[in-house]
Design a protein around this ligand. Sequence first.
Ligand SMILES: NC(=O)c1ccc[n+]([C@@H]2O[C@H](COP(=O)([O-])OP(=O)(O)OC[C@H]3O[C@@H](n4cnc5c(N)ncnc54)[C@H](O)[C@@H]3O)[C@@H](O)[C@H]2O)c1
Ligand SMILES: O=c1ccn([C@@H]2O[C@H](COP(=O)(O)OP(=O)(O)O[C@H]3O[C@H](CO)[C@@H](O)[C@H](O)[C@H]3O)[C@@H](O)[C@H]2O)c(=O)[nH]1
Length: 734
Amino acid sequence: MISAENLVPGNECAPSSINESSVSQIHGEGAKTVGAADTAHKAVRKITCLGSGFVGGPTSAVTAFMSNIDVTVVDINSERIKAWNSDRLPIYEPGLHEIVYAARDGTYTNSALKRNELSNLPGRTRKPNLHFSTNVDKAIQDADLIFVCVNTPTKANGVGKGAAADLAFVEAAARNIAHVATEDKIIVEKSTVPCRTAHSIREILSANAKPGVHFDVLSNPEFLAEGTAVQDLLSPDRVIIGSEMTPEGIQAARSLAGVYSQWIPTERIITMNVWSSELSKLAANALLAQRISSINALSAICEATGAEVDEVSHACGLDSRIGPHMLAAGPGFGGSCFQKDIFNIVYLSESLHLYEVADYWRGIINMNEYQKQRFTKRIISCMFNNLTGKKVAVLGFAFKKNTSDTRESPAITLVSNFAAERAQVAIYDPKVKEAQIWQELQEAGGNLLQLKKNVLVCKSGYDACRGADGVVIMTGWDEFSNKDPINAGNLAPPSMTSIGRLSPITGVLQGRAMNASVDNCGLQAKAQGPKTTKDLPSVQKKRDATLVIRNPTTGEVVNFKKSSTRDSSMVSELEGPQIPSHNDENAFIEGTGRPRLRASEVPTYNHPRPIMEPFPSALTEIDNNLPRSPGRTKHGKQYSTTTPGSPSKLSSSPRRYSFHTFPSDKTTKDGPSTSNFGPEETKTERLDWARIAKGMRKPMWVFDGRNILDAAKLEALGFRVEAIGRASKYSGFG
Ligand SMILES: NC(=O)c1ccc[n+]([C@@H]2O[C@H](COP(=O)([O-])OP(=O)(O)OC[C@H]3O[C@@H](n4cnc5c(N)ncnc54)[C@H](O)[C@@H]3O)[C@@H](O)[C@H]2O)c1
Ligand SMILES: O=c1ccn([C@@H]2O[C@H](COP(=O)(O)OP(=O)(O)O[C@H]3O[C@H](CO)[C@@H](O)[C@H](O)[C@H]3O)[C@@H](O)[C@H]2O)c(=O)[nH]1
C-alpha cells in the first residue's frame, strides 16, 4: 500500500504512464506485477453518480465544486431529484447549499444576499458543472466514471435477515449500467458493502456487458459523517481506492486518484487491494462504535464508583495513542451506519465460521442496547420506581445533534420504554418533524392509537417541560445546554480545565482555561487561554495543517484549515477574522490548538480561474445558515414495500425511497417548503432552565444523557440532576 503520490504523477489529471515497478509499488510488495504495455490512464471528464442521498448528493456536489469535471447525479426517486434541482435541497448539511448553488447554477448565496441578486453581479458566477436528473440511462451512457452511491440496508427478510447487507440496489444498479453502456466505464463502489462485493459487481457487469465493452470496478468507500459531510469531503483524513492488480485496474485507480487529487493532497489518497478497501470501511465503523461502547461500559463503572466518565474520557484521550475522539459517553450510539455495519461484520464472521470473532463484534451492539436500557432503569429508579401517570419530557429525538436524522436513535428506545411504563411522554426536538417521530415509534413496535394516548410531540422545550416530573436529555443540542459556552463540546469535559475547574455555582472558569470556546447556538463565546499558536502543545500544532489545494487543470488554488476534529460541537464563531490565512494566529481556537472550523473549513478563492469566473468567499457564512434538517426513511425499511425491479423499471419506480421529511405535512405552520432545506437561517435560543423550573412538578428531575448540563447550576435552581457516567445522588429505590 502506498500513497497516491506515485499514482498521480505531478498531481495531473492528464493521461500518463506507469511501469511494472509502479504497479508493484501501488499494491505493495505482495502485489503481482503485470505487463505495462499500455498503461496510460484515462482522464475523467464526466462523472455520473447513481443515488442522490446523503452520500451521493454531497459527494457529487463537492466533486463538481472542486474540479472542472462534469458531474451528473441521478436517482430513481424523482422527488429527490426535483428537490436537488430546487432552491430547497432534500438534505441538510452545513455548507451544502452554498456548494450546490455554485456548482449547479454557477451562483453562490449567503444569508445576507439573495441568490438572484448575486447572480446578476459581474464576476460572481462560474460555469455550472453539477446536474441532477432522473434520466439514469443517459447519464450512464455519457459518463467516463460512475459512482455507485445507492443504499445498502440490513436485510429484512430471508437468509441473513437482520444482519446481512441487502445488495439488491447495488445489483440493480450494476445490471442497469451493463444494460445501457456501449463504451468502457470505470465503476466506483462508494456504497458500504460486504467484503468481496466488487467481485459480484464485476461478474454481473461482464455477464451482461454489450460486446466489446469493458468495465473496471473500484472500491472507494465513503467515510463522511452526517452533519460534517461537506467538511469531511473537502478535507478527508484519507481516500481509499481499492483496485484489481491488473494494468486496467491500476489505470482505473489512477483515473480516480486523478479526480480526488484536484483538491485532496495525494499523500492522503491511498490505494490497496479491493477486498482490503471494502473491509476497511466496515472496520472503521466497527472501531469507532467500539470506542463508544467502551466508554459507555466505563460509564457504568463510573456511576458505581464515583468516578466521572468525562474526566476519565478526557484523561484517556490525552494519550496520543488513544486520542480524544469518539469517547463521549451517552445513551448509546445511533445513526444508520454503526449498527448496520457491525452486523455486517458479525454476519461475515459467522459465514466464515469465526464465531468468537462474531461474538466479539456483537458485544459492541449488546453494550449499546445495555446502555439504553440501563439509562431507562436509572430514570425509573430515581422517580420512585413508578412512571405511571407522570410526565416525562424528552428533549431531543435525533440520533445526534446537528441532524434531524432519527434512524436508530436511542430516543426511540427510551420513549417506547417510558410509554410502556404508562408515563405521559412529551417530546421536543428542534429539527425533527412530528410525523417522523410517530413513524419511528411505530416501526419500533408501537401502536399509533395507543402511543398517542401516552406521547405528545411538542413545539418547544417549554411546552414539553411544562408540568413535567422529569426531563431527559437525549440529544446534545446546544440549545438544551446551560453550560457556559466555553465549556461546551464533547472533547472538553465540563468540569475540567488543564489547571482550573468550573465554579460549581457560577459555571465560570477558575484558573487557566484550556478549553475550546464553543457556541453553536448564537451565543458569543469568550475566548481564554493561549493566544498564539506557538503557545499550543506541539501535538496540537501538528494537527493543524493548512491545506493548499491546487487544481492542476485550472491552476486555481484554495486554502482551508484541516479540521483536527470531526466534532461539529467544536465549531466556533469566535470574534476575529472569518477566513484565517496560513499564518493567522487567530485561525485557532484559543487554548485548544484546533482551527476554527466553520468559517475556515471552506475553500476561499485565491487565483483567477481560467474557465470559471471567481466566486467570492461567501462560504464564510455557511454555518450561520442552519435550515431545518431532513430525516429519511430507515435503510432497513426503505425497500420493504417492493423489491427492486429490472433496470427498465427502475427509473419510474414509485417505491418508498423518500425521505421521512418529504412528508404530507404541508399544513404545518412552516408550510410546504419546510420539507426541504434552503439557506435560510434558523437560530435557536438556549432554554431558560429557571423558566422550566417554575413550571415543573416537585421533585424536579433532570436526566442528562449527553453530559451537556452544568449540574451545579441546575441544582441551584432546585433540580435533582442525574447524568450518564456520574454516580447517582438520588436513586436507591431500584
Ligand atoms: N449516510 C451516511 O452518513 C453514510 C456515510 C458513508 C457511507 N454511507 C453508505 O453509502 C450508501 C448510501 O447511503 P445514503 O445515506 O446516501 O443512502 P440514501 O438512502 O440516503 O440514498 C440512496 C439513494 O440511492 C437511490 N437509488 C437506489 N437505487 C438506485 C439506482 N439503481 N439508481 C439510482 N439511484 C438509486 C435511492 O433512491 C436513494 O435516493 C450506503 O451504502 C451507506 O451505508 C452512508
Ligand atoms: O463520542 C461519541 C461520538 C458519537 N457518539 C454517537 O455515535 C453515533 C454516530 O455518530 P457519528 O459517527 O458522529 O455519525 P454518523 O453520521 O453515524 O457517522 C458514522 O457513520 C458513517 C456512515 O458509515 C461513517 O461514514 C462515519 O465515518 C462514521 O462516523 C451518534 O449517535 C452519536 O451520538 C457518541 O455517543 N459518542
